[in-house]
Design a protein around this ligand. Structure first.
Ligand SMILES: Cc1cc2nc3c(=O)[nH]c(=O)nc-3n(C[C@H](O)[C@H](O)[C@H](O)COP(=O)(O)OP(=O)(O)OC[C@H]3O[C@@H](n4cnc5c(N)ncnc54)[C@H](O)[C@@H]3O)c2cc1C
Ligand code: FES
Length: 277
Protein backbone atom coordinates (compact mmCIF):
# COMPACT_ATOMS: atom_id res chain seq x y z
CA UNK A 1 0.00 0.00 0.00
CA UNK A 2 1.12 3.55 -0.71
CA UNK A 3 0.54 6.23 1.90
CA UNK A 4 -1.31 9.39 0.87
CA UNK A 5 0.71 12.30 2.25
CA UNK A 6 -1.63 14.97 0.94
CA UNK A 7 -4.66 15.36 -1.33
CA UNK A 8 -6.11 18.82 -1.78
CA UNK A 9 -8.06 20.70 -4.38
CA UNK A 10 -5.68 23.37 -5.65
CA UNK A 11 -8.16 25.04 -8.00
CA UNK A 12 -11.75 23.98 -8.72
CA UNK A 13 -11.79 20.39 -10.01
CA UNK A 14 -7.98 19.99 -10.02
CA UNK A 15 -6.36 18.10 -7.18
CA UNK A 16 -2.79 17.78 -5.97
CA UNK A 17 -1.97 14.30 -4.70
CA UNK A 18 1.29 13.56 -2.86
CA UNK A 19 2.04 9.89 -2.32
CA UNK A 20 4.83 8.13 -0.46
CA UNK A 21 6.40 5.94 -3.15
CA UNK A 22 10.18 5.80 -2.55
CA UNK A 23 11.00 3.49 -5.47
CA UNK A 24 9.19 5.79 -7.92
CA UNK A 25 10.67 8.94 -6.37
CA UNK A 26 14.19 7.51 -6.71
CA UNK A 27 14.15 7.18 -10.50
CA UNK A 28 11.34 9.37 -11.82
CA UNK A 29 12.16 11.89 -14.58
CA UNK A 30 10.22 14.74 -16.25
CA UNK A 31 7.65 13.35 -18.69
CA UNK A 32 7.18 10.03 -16.86
CA UNK A 33 3.77 8.93 -15.67
CA UNK A 34 2.45 6.61 -12.98
CA UNK A 35 -0.58 4.33 -12.92
CA UNK A 36 -2.74 4.81 -9.88
CA UNK A 37 -5.68 2.89 -8.41
CA UNK A 38 -7.80 4.46 -5.71
CA UNK A 39 -8.91 1.09 -4.31
CA UNK A 40 -8.65 -2.65 -4.99
CA UNK A 41 -11.60 -2.57 -7.41
CA UNK A 42 -10.56 0.68 -9.06
CA UNK A 43 -9.60 1.31 -12.69
CA UNK A 44 -5.98 1.99 -13.51
CA UNK A 45 -5.59 5.75 -14.03
CA UNK A 46 -2.47 7.07 -15.79
CA UNK A 47 -1.26 10.37 -14.30
CA UNK A 48 1.81 12.40 -15.24
CA UNK A 49 4.29 13.21 -12.51
CA UNK A 50 4.33 16.87 -11.53
CA UNK A 51 7.01 16.85 -8.86
CA UNK A 52 8.96 14.60 -6.50
CA UNK A 53 11.17 14.66 -3.45
CA UNK A 54 13.82 11.95 -3.77
CA UNK A 55 14.89 12.27 -0.12
CA UNK A 56 11.40 12.16 1.34
CA UNK A 57 10.43 9.45 -1.15
CA UNK A 58 7.30 11.27 -2.31
CA UNK A 59 5.80 11.88 -5.73
CA UNK A 60 3.25 14.56 -6.65
CA UNK A 61 0.61 14.35 -9.37
CA UNK A 62 -2.06 16.84 -10.39
CA UNK A 63 -5.32 15.33 -11.56
CA UNK A 64 -8.59 16.60 -12.90
CA UNK A 65 -11.78 14.99 -11.69
CA UNK A 66 -13.49 13.85 -14.90
CA UNK A 67 -15.07 10.47 -14.22
CA UNK A 68 -15.64 7.68 -11.72
CA UNK A 69 -12.00 6.81 -10.99
CA UNK A 70 -10.74 10.36 -10.59
CA UNK A 71 -13.81 11.03 -8.40
CA UNK A 72 -12.57 8.25 -6.09
CA UNK A 73 -9.08 9.78 -6.08
CA UNK A 74 -10.62 13.14 -5.19
CA UNK A 75 -12.05 11.61 -2.01
CA UNK A 76 -8.64 10.43 -0.71
CA UNK A 77 -7.45 11.95 2.55
CA UNK A 78 -3.98 12.48 4.00
CA UNK A 79 -3.02 9.44 6.07
CA UNK A 80 -5.04 7.11 3.86
CA UNK A 81 -3.52 4.67 1.41
CA UNK A 82 -3.92 3.39 -2.14
CA UNK A 83 -3.08 -0.09 -3.47
CA UNK A 84 -1.38 0.93 -6.73
CA UNK A 85 1.11 3.66 -7.60
CA UNK A 86 3.11 2.01 -10.39
CA UNK A 87 5.96 3.71 -12.17
CA UNK A 88 7.84 5.56 -13.37
CA UNK A 89 6.38 4.65 -16.76
CA UNK A 90 6.94 5.96 -20.29
CA UNK A 91 9.94 7.65 -21.84
CA UNK A 92 11.21 10.79 -20.17
CA UNK A 93 10.90 14.12 -21.94
CA UNK A 94 13.98 14.93 -24.03
CA UNK A 95 15.99 17.48 -22.07
CA UNK A 96 18.64 18.90 -24.40
CA UNK A 97 20.51 22.14 -24.76
CA UNK A 98 18.07 23.52 -27.31
CA UNK A 99 18.57 27.25 -26.75
CA UNK A 100 15.21 28.88 -26.08
CA UNK A 101 12.31 26.66 -25.02
CA UNK A 102 8.70 27.63 -24.47
CA UNK A 103 6.89 25.33 -22.02
CA UNK A 104 3.11 25.54 -22.39
CA UNK A 105 0.83 24.07 -19.73
CA UNK A 106 -2.92 23.96 -19.40
CA UNK A 107 -5.18 22.16 -16.95
CA UNK A 108 -3.24 19.28 -15.28
CA UNK A 109 -0.46 20.00 -17.79
CA UNK A 110 0.56 23.09 -15.81
CA UNK A 111 1.69 20.60 -13.17
CA UNK A 112 3.33 18.08 -15.48
CA UNK A 113 5.22 20.65 -17.56
CA UNK A 114 6.74 22.15 -14.39
CA UNK A 115 9.49 19.50 -13.92
CA UNK A 116 10.17 19.74 -17.66
CA UNK A 117 10.73 23.51 -17.39
CA UNK A 118 12.93 23.00 -14.33
CA UNK A 119 15.10 20.37 -16.04
CA UNK A 120 15.41 22.44 -19.22
CA UNK A 121 16.56 25.42 -17.15
CA UNK A 122 19.09 23.28 -15.29
CA UNK A 123 20.39 22.21 -18.72
CA UNK A 124 21.15 25.86 -19.52
CA UNK A 125 18.24 26.73 -21.80
CA UNK A 126 16.38 30.01 -21.72
CA UNK A 127 12.96 28.88 -20.56
CA UNK A 128 9.66 30.70 -20.97
CA UNK A 129 6.49 29.33 -19.39
CA UNK A 130 3.07 30.00 -20.88
CA UNK A 131 0.26 28.95 -18.55
CA UNK A 132 -3.26 28.67 -19.90
CA UNK A 133 -6.66 28.44 -18.19
CA UNK A 134 -10.26 29.44 -18.70
CA UNK A 135 -10.04 32.06 -15.95
CA UNK A 136 -7.53 33.46 -13.46
CA UNK A 137 -8.83 31.34 -10.57
CA UNK A 138 -7.91 28.17 -12.50
CA UNK A 139 -4.21 29.04 -12.79
CA UNK A 140 -1.82 27.57 -10.22
CA UNK A 141 1.87 27.08 -9.41
CA UNK A 142 2.89 30.45 -10.92
CA UNK A 143 5.37 30.95 -8.05
CA UNK A 144 7.05 27.63 -8.77
CA UNK A 145 7.39 28.54 -12.44
CA UNK A 146 8.84 31.96 -11.56
CA UNK A 147 11.68 30.14 -9.78
CA UNK A 148 12.67 28.07 -12.82
CA UNK A 149 11.61 30.11 -15.86
CA UNK A 150 13.07 33.30 -17.30
CA UNK A 151 9.55 34.66 -17.75
CA UNK A 152 6.07 33.41 -16.91
CA UNK A 153 3.28 34.41 -19.27
CA UNK A 154 -0.41 33.79 -18.65
CA UNK A 155 -3.39 33.52 -20.94
CA UNK A 156 -7.00 33.16 -19.86
CA UNK A 157 -10.02 32.68 -22.08
CA UNK A 158 -11.94 35.45 -20.28
CA UNK A 159 -8.95 37.81 -20.04
CA UNK A 160 -8.99 37.94 -16.23
CA UNK A 161 -5.21 37.30 -16.20
CA UNK A 162 -2.60 37.88 -18.88
CA UNK A 163 -3.53 37.63 -22.53
CA UNK A 164 -7.18 37.14 -23.38
CA UNK A 165 -8.39 34.26 -25.55
CA UNK A 166 -7.07 30.95 -26.82
CA UNK A 167 -3.63 29.58 -27.63
CA UNK A 168 -4.55 30.09 -31.28
CA UNK A 169 -3.06 33.55 -30.50
CA UNK A 170 0.34 31.92 -29.98
CA UNK A 171 2.07 33.47 -32.99
CA UNK A 172 0.92 36.97 -31.96
CA UNK A 173 1.94 36.36 -28.32
CA UNK A 174 5.43 35.24 -29.38
CA UNK A 175 5.81 38.43 -31.43
CA UNK A 176 4.52 40.67 -28.63
CA UNK A 177 6.81 38.99 -26.07
CA UNK A 178 9.78 38.96 -28.45
CA UNK A 179 10.29 35.21 -28.01
CA UNK A 180 11.81 33.03 -30.75
CA UNK A 181 11.64 29.49 -29.40
CA UNK A 182 13.87 26.74 -30.76
CA UNK A 183 11.45 24.21 -29.27
CA UNK A 184 8.02 24.16 -27.69
CA UNK A 185 6.80 21.61 -25.15
CA UNK A 186 3.05 21.40 -24.55
CA UNK A 187 1.30 19.46 -21.77
CA UNK A 188 -2.43 19.54 -21.21
CA UNK A 189 -5.68 18.64 -22.87
CA UNK A 190 -5.66 17.02 -26.29
CA UNK A 191 -7.44 19.85 -28.05
CA UNK A 192 -4.96 22.40 -26.76
CA UNK A 193 -1.93 20.32 -27.82
CA UNK A 194 -3.46 19.84 -31.27
CA UNK A 195 -4.18 23.57 -31.67
CA UNK A 196 -0.68 24.55 -30.60
CA UNK A 197 0.80 22.02 -33.04
CA UNK A 198 -1.31 23.48 -35.84
CA UNK A 199 -0.18 26.99 -34.91
CA UNK A 200 3.54 26.12 -34.81
CA UNK A 201 3.66 24.02 -37.98
CA UNK A 202 3.86 27.04 -40.32
CA UNK A 203 6.45 28.61 -38.00
CA UNK A 204 8.64 25.51 -38.29
CA UNK A 205 9.16 25.25 -34.52
CA UNK A 206 9.55 21.70 -33.23
CA UNK A 207 6.61 21.09 -30.91
CA UNK A 208 6.60 18.18 -28.47
CA UNK A 209 3.25 17.09 -27.06
CA UNK A 210 2.53 14.76 -24.14
CA UNK A 211 -0.14 12.36 -25.42
CA UNK A 212 -2.88 11.06 -23.12
CA UNK A 213 -4.73 8.18 -24.81
CA UNK A 214 -6.83 5.69 -22.91
CA UNK A 215 -4.44 3.18 -21.33
CA UNK A 216 -4.85 -0.12 -19.56
CA UNK A 217 -1.56 -1.78 -18.61
CA UNK A 218 0.78 1.11 -19.41
CA UNK A 219 3.57 -1.30 -20.33
CA UNK A 220 3.06 -1.97 -24.05
CA UNK A 221 1.03 -5.18 -23.76
CA UNK A 222 -2.63 -4.31 -24.41
CA UNK A 223 -2.36 -2.02 -27.44
CA UNK A 224 -5.12 0.31 -26.23
CA UNK A 225 -2.89 3.40 -26.28
CA UNK A 226 -2.07 2.94 -29.98
CA UNK A 227 -1.67 6.08 -32.07
CA UNK A 228 -0.18 6.93 -35.45
CA UNK A 229 2.91 9.13 -35.56
CA UNK A 230 4.63 9.95 -38.87
CA UNK A 231 2.59 7.15 -40.47
CA UNK A 232 3.83 4.50 -38.04
CA UNK A 233 1.97 2.79 -35.21
CA UNK A 234 3.23 3.78 -31.77
CA UNK A 235 2.19 2.90 -28.24
CA UNK A 236 2.03 5.99 -26.09
CA UNK A 237 2.90 4.11 -22.91
CA UNK A 238 6.26 2.75 -24.10
CA UNK A 239 7.20 4.85 -27.16
CA UNK A 240 5.89 8.08 -25.60
CA UNK A 241 3.95 9.74 -24.15
CA UNK A 242 5.96 12.58 -25.78
CA UNK A 243 5.74 12.84 -29.57
CA UNK A 244 6.32 15.47 -32.24
CA UNK A 245 2.95 17.23 -32.50
CA UNK A 246 3.46 17.84 -36.21
CA UNK A 247 3.62 14.09 -36.84
CA UNK A 248 0.62 12.93 -34.78
CA UNK A 249 -2.54 11.76 -36.60
CA UNK A 250 -4.84 13.92 -34.48
CA UNK A 251 -8.11 12.89 -36.17
CA UNK A 252 -7.53 9.21 -35.44
CA UNK A 253 -6.37 10.03 -31.93
CA UNK A 254 -9.48 12.04 -31.06
CA UNK A 255 -11.74 9.29 -32.43
CA UNK A 256 -10.03 6.58 -30.40
CA UNK A 257 -10.23 8.69 -27.22
CA UNK A 258 -14.04 8.87 -27.53
CA UNK A 259 -14.40 5.05 -27.74
CA UNK A 260 -15.64 4.47 -24.18
CA UNK A 261 -17.63 7.67 -23.67
CA UNK A 262 -21.04 5.90 -23.60
CA UNK A 263 -19.83 3.38 -21.00
CA UNK A 264 -17.89 5.90 -18.91
CA UNK A 265 -20.07 8.99 -18.97
CA UNK A 266 -23.61 7.56 -19.00
CA UNK A 267 -23.31 5.52 -15.79
CA UNK A 268 -21.91 8.59 -14.08
CA UNK A 269 -24.82 10.69 -15.23
CA UNK A 270 -27.21 8.09 -13.80
CA UNK A 271 -25.28 7.91 -10.52
CA UNK A 272 -25.54 11.67 -10.14
CA UNK A 273 -21.77 11.93 -9.54
CA UNK A 274 -21.00 14.03 -12.59
CA UNK A 275 -23.14 17.10 -12.66
CA UNK A 276 -20.76 18.76 -15.13
CA UNK A 277 -21.29 16.24 -17.96
C1 LIG B 1 0.17 9.18 -20.04
C2 LIG B 1 -1.05 9.88 -19.46
C3 LIG B 1 -0.88 10.86 -18.52
C4 LIG B 1 -1.98 11.51 -17.98
N1 LIG B 1 -1.76 12.44 -17.03
C5 LIG B 1 -2.81 13.01 -16.41
C6 LIG B 1 -2.59 13.92 -15.34
O1 LIG B 1 -1.45 14.20 -14.94
N2 LIG B 1 -3.69 14.48 -14.77
C7 LIG B 1 -4.96 14.19 -15.21
O2 LIG B 1 -5.92 14.75 -14.65
N3 LIG B 1 -5.18 13.32 -16.18
C8 LIG B 1 -4.15 12.71 -16.80
N4 LIG B 1 -4.38 11.81 -17.79
C9 LIG B 1 -5.77 11.49 -18.12
C10 LIG B 1 -6.37 10.58 -17.04
O3 LIG B 1 -5.71 9.34 -17.07
C11 LIG B 1 -7.87 10.40 -17.30
O4 LIG B 1 -8.52 11.63 -17.13
C12 LIG B 1 -8.47 9.39 -16.33
O5 LIG B 1 -8.03 8.09 -16.66
C13 LIG B 1 -9.97 9.42 -16.39
O6 LIG B 1 -10.46 8.42 -15.52
P1 LIG B 1 -11.93 8.50 -14.95
O7 LIG B 1 -12.39 7.12 -14.63
O8 LIG B 1 -12.03 9.48 -13.86
O9 LIG B 1 -12.75 9.04 -16.15
P2 LIG B 1 -13.52 8.16 -17.18
O10 LIG B 1 -14.83 7.81 -16.58
O11 LIG B 1 -12.65 7.05 -17.67
O12 LIG B 1 -13.74 9.18 -18.35
C14 LIG B 1 -14.44 10.40 -18.14
C15 LIG B 1 -14.15 11.31 -19.27
O13 LIG B 1 -12.72 11.48 -19.36
C16 LIG B 1 -12.29 11.07 -20.64
N5 LIG B 1 -11.04 10.33 -20.53
C17 LIG B 1 -10.89 9.02 -20.23
N6 LIG B 1 -9.61 8.65 -20.28
C18 LIG B 1 -8.95 9.76 -20.62
C19 LIG B 1 -7.61 10.05 -20.85
N7 LIG B 1 -6.66 9.11 -20.78
N8 LIG B 1 -7.28 11.32 -21.12
C20 LIG B 1 -8.20 12.27 -21.19
N9 LIG B 1 -9.49 12.05 -21.01
C21 LIG B 1 -9.86 10.83 -20.75
C22 LIG B 1 -13.35 10.17 -21.19
O14 LIG B 1 -13.34 10.21 -22.61
C23 LIG B 1 -14.60 10.75 -20.61
O15 LIG B 1 -15.06 11.84 -21.38
C24 LIG B 1 -3.30 11.16 -18.37
C25 LIG B 1 -3.47 10.16 -19.33
C26 LIG B 1 -2.36 9.52 -19.87
C27 LIG B 1 -2.55 8.43 -20.85
S1 FES C 1 -1.52 0.99 -22.33
FE1 FES C 1 -1.46 -1.05 -23.08
S2 FES C 1 -0.06 -0.93 -24.72
FE2 FES C 1 -0.03 1.06 -23.89
Amino acid sequence: MYKVVERRMIVPNLHELVVEAPAVARSVQPGNFVIVRADENGERVPLSVADWDREAGTVTVIFMQVGASTAKLARLKAGGSIPTFAGPLGQETEIGAFGTVLCIGGCYGIGSVYPVARALKEKGNTVFALLEARSNFLLYWQDRFKEVADRVIEITRDGTKGYKGHLTRLSEILTLEGIKPDRIVVNGCTFQMMKVSEATRPMGIKTMVNMNPIMIDGTGMCGVCRLTVAGATKFACVDGPDFDGHEVDWKEFLNRRRTYNPEEVHPLRKSGCASHF
